[in-house]
Design a protein around this ligand. Structure first.
Ligand code: BGC
Length: 799
């Protein structure tokens, strides 16, 4: 790669050119003047990142930019002599990911680890998600970054996708609305976001070279819809294309995706960047409208320069990309001369993460235990006055998992374990168990550390990768029946935490979905012994993705899905267990009985061992579900499948209990022009305060005959905190165009004429009221692009 002449002039000139406070006039870039001064090589440099040390780029440029914010994922390319600074791009969804410590500096740069995306979506509270986004954005700005590489909203197509924890839902409306709220919150700080991974990054196995074969209809209705909603509503500064191919074309090389759909149809005006080392052909990526290639490879630089010289790439296309990157730089805090403090309000943000995490936890069961002498105890949650001593089982109770691994991780200062959360909440925790577990966990961690050190002696890169990957959690510690009986005799209740960790590069294995033998044994034995002693058992799930529950959910008295709840996790859980906060989260995905029940499991890389290709050096092969995946379930993803084909589930989409109960009444629909306003009154009929999520599904008149799902979510709302006896009337609106399905033959969104059902539900399988209203037929034309190149046996209703 050629060294740019601009770089030599240093960073100083650039920094002096900027004003230093936000009230100063906005700095603008004179694009025509800049463009006139750029050579072809300068332009090619500018549209790719600075590279990555040891992999690509120019060491001098990397050296000069890497310390802008150490640990950030990358920067744009600086053009110093023109006063165009490198702006800083940093992950990620659960909080800013930068290095917490810097060489020769005693200060620390910890960031708040907020709850994972799945938990945020499970709140169904867009106002709250916006507040979390705003807090994350403040850390981005005050630590001197310019663009946050988040949110991540790929559809949860299959329960085993390794990055589902970063994602929001199997449903595009939930995903899109949650992402829009997050983006709005972050960008309130005048920093940018990068909605990712556009699109269909639904598996991690061979992620850089896998080809997602998807019908045009499923693309439009499922895989692009969430992006469309979020991008139109919240205007993210940037969009990050995904690693994979769709129907034979890399997303970052697809003009159909990046220009025709994103810009021409949706009106997107921001900047598009690749995922790290995503795509291959630099010239083609420029032609497609993928403005910036991160962190940039030497071959991409060469391909752009050669492309323009040979006429394969029009210089005007390259110029457009350059200008869009200039737009990004112009609006960045760095270009605007913002003087960041390196002192975000971490204390305030700890309170934000604690409260938001509690709101996204899902109460799955809160049963009444019948004791051996036939007496029925009250539901175990919330803990009453009688519960003071807690026996805590499961390794993760003592070593709580704040979030997933990889770029979705955050360098946090601490994680409140369940043990500490209980102590903070005034509970007494068995010291005997604490000592036994802590020793067990320390030994397991030491063994893992040693194994990586050994590996590093033989293969440095493999060791680096291993420390980045989730790794496996230790097997659960076992106890004899006598030990358990002794523990039960002094405890008021038992809690067992089941933990899971996953992260990018790898999909989860089927063994990760199912309980391990040691987990099953622990659950069975603790429930057995404690029930015999007349004591109740709570199972807590500290997980990032769906696990198997059908075979054991009858055993404990209560189950709470705490997700991976960020750095205040233990405190948030105890806020829920103690009743300080009533749980009001609901599932944004279906919990199947077996993961193979999801139709997508027929076409998913289950338990496939594939070598990780970090630098995108591999080529497209021909192994089913590794090199290509046929999305044969078509639009029948998640509840759209389970409900339409009447396949039993363990927990349905939209499900979640509360400590209190709610009654729905006065459901009405008012249709004015193109808008259907559905109102419903929700009353708290129980003994505790609580919030209720209300879901609005539609069922099209021709759903049986025209191959449409029985129901599709179109809107949702959440009540305020209702006191016992209090009620609130919620309004949920749907527009007529939102009733449309995508018709491939007409290449259009088509609303079928007839009576639509509007289903008001507490979950997808708990419909409280059904209303009807008519719609007239109409069409909105779309471009006939991104067609699959192969024939697929698509699932259809009636087939
Ligand atoms: C991930 C992205 C992330 C990027 C930069 C990639 O491996 O897929 O989500 O933003 O790295 O860290």
């Amino acid at each position: 790669m050629k060294k740019t002449m601009f770089f030599a002039l240093g960073m100083v000139a650039m920094l002096c050119g900027c004003s230093t406070n936000t009230s100063a006039p906005r700095n603008t870039i004179d694009q025509e003047e800049v463009m006139a001064k750029l050579s072809l090589e300068d332009k090619a440099h500018f549209v790719i990142g600075v590279g990555m040390a040891g992999f690509s780029g120019d060491d001098a440029v990397i050296g000069a930019t890497k310390n802008l914010v150490p640990g950030a994922a990358g920067t744009t390319y600086p053009l110093d002599s023109l006063g165009i600074p490198a702006v800083v791009l940093a992950d990620g969804p659960a909080g800013l990911r930068i290095d917490a410590k810097r060489e020769g500096d005693s200060a620390t740069y910890y960031c708040t680890h907020f709850p994972i995306g799945t938990l945020l979506a499970s709140t169904w509270n867009t106002k709250l998600v916006e507040e979390v986004g705003q807090a994350i954005g403040e850390e981005v700005k005050e630590y001197g970054a310019d663009v946050l590489l988040a949110p991540a909203l790929n559809i949860m197509r299959n329960p085993l996708c390794g990055r589902n924890f970063e994602y929001y839902s199997e449903d595009p409306v939930v995903a899109g609305k949650t992402a829009a709220a997050y983006i709005t919150g972050v960008q309130k700080n005048d920093v940018g976001t990068s909605i990712k991974h556009f699109a269909a990054n639904n598996q991690e196995t061979n992620r850089m070279n896998t080809d997602a074969h998807i019908s045009q209809r499923a693309l439009r209705e499922i895989y692009l819809k969430g992006f469309e909603i979020a991008i139109k509503e919240a205007k993210p500064w940037t969009v990050m294309t995904s690693y994979n191919y769709i129907n034979g074309v890399y997303t970052s090389e697809s003009k159909d995706l990046v220009t025709t759909i994103l810009r021409d149809e949706w009106g997107y005006e921001g900047t598009v960047m690749t995922d790290w080392f995503g795509g291959k052909d630099g010239a083609k990526q420029m032609w497609a409208g993928n403005d910036m290639l991160q962190p940039g490879k030497n071959e991409q630089f060469d391909s752009i320069v050669a492309g323009v010289r040979s006429g394969k790439l029009a210089e005007a296309d390259l110029d457009l990309c350059v200008k869009r990157v200039l737009n990004l730089v112009e609006r960045s805090p760095r270009y605007q001369g913002y003087k960041f403090s390196n002192k975000p309000d971490l204390k305030a943000h700890a309170a934000v993460t604690r409260q938001s995490a509690a709101e996204g936890m899902v109460l799955m069961k809160n049963g009444q235990m019948t004791t051996d002498n036939g007496q029925s105890a009250a539901p175990v949650l919330p803990f009453g006055e009688n519960i003071k001593n807690v026996a805590l089982y499961g390794c993760t109770s003592y070593d709580f998992i704040a979030g997933g691994t990889g770029s979705g991780n955050v360098n946090h200062a601490y994680v409140v374990s369940l043990l500490d959360g209980l102590k903070n909440g005034g509970y007494t925790v068995s010291d005997e168990l604490k000592t036994a577990y802590e020793q067990y966990i320390t030994e397991a961690k030491e063994a893992k550390k040693k194994a990586i050190e050994e590996m590093a002696k033989k293969d440095k890169q493999a060791a680096m990768l291993a420390s980045f990957l989730p790794g496996s959690l230790p097997a659960e510690k076992q106890f004899t029946a006598d030990e358990l009986a002794a523990q039960a005799s002094v405890a008021d209740v038992a809690i067992i935490t089941i933990g899971r960790i996953s992260g990018e590069f790898l999909d989860r294995k089927s063994s990760d979905f199912n309980l391990s033998p040691s987990e099953r044994q622990l659950v069975e034995q603790v429930c057995d012994v404690y029930h015999k002693a007349g004591k109740q058992v709570v199972v807590l799930l500290n997980i990032g993705g769906v696990i198997e529950t059908a075979s054991w959910k009858e055993l404990p008295d209560a189950i709470l899905c705490a997700w991976q709840a960020g750095q205040e996790g233990g405190n948030s859980v105890v806020d829920v267990l103690s009743g300080k906060q009533s749980p009001s989260g609901k599932f944004t995905m279906t919990w199947p009985v077996n993961f193979t029940d999801a139709y997508s499991s027929k076409n998913f890389p289950i338990d496939q061992e594939v070598k990780i290709d970090m630098m995108n050096q591999g080529q497209k092969g021909n192994v089913k579900n590794v090199d290509y995946t046929d999305y044969e379930e078509d639009i029948y993803v998640g509840y759209r499948y389970f409900d339409s084909f009447e396949v039993p589930v363990s927990y349905p989409f939209g499900f979640g209990l509360s400590y209190t109960t709610f009654e729905y009444s006065d459901a009405k629909i008012v249709q004015k022009n193109d808008i259907y306003d559905v109102t419903v009154t929700v009353k708290n009929t129980g003994k505790y305060e609580g919030k209720e999520v209300v879901e609005l599904y539609i069922s099209a008149p021709d759903n049986k005959t025209a191959n449409k799902p029985t129901k599709e979510l179109k809107a949702f709302a959440k009540t305020k905190l209702l006191k016992p006896g209090e009620n609130e009337t919620l309004t949920l609106s749907v527009t007529a165009p939102e009733l449309a399905s995508f018709d491939e033959a007409a290449s259009a969104w088509v609303v079928a004429e007839g009576e639509y059902q509007f289903l008001i539900g507490a979950s997808s399988q708990d419909i409280k009221a059904t209303l009807t209203a008519p719609a007239k037929s109409f069409q909105t034309k779309a471009n006939d692009v991104m067609k699959p190149q192969e024939q697929m046996k698509l699932l259809k209703r009636g087939s």
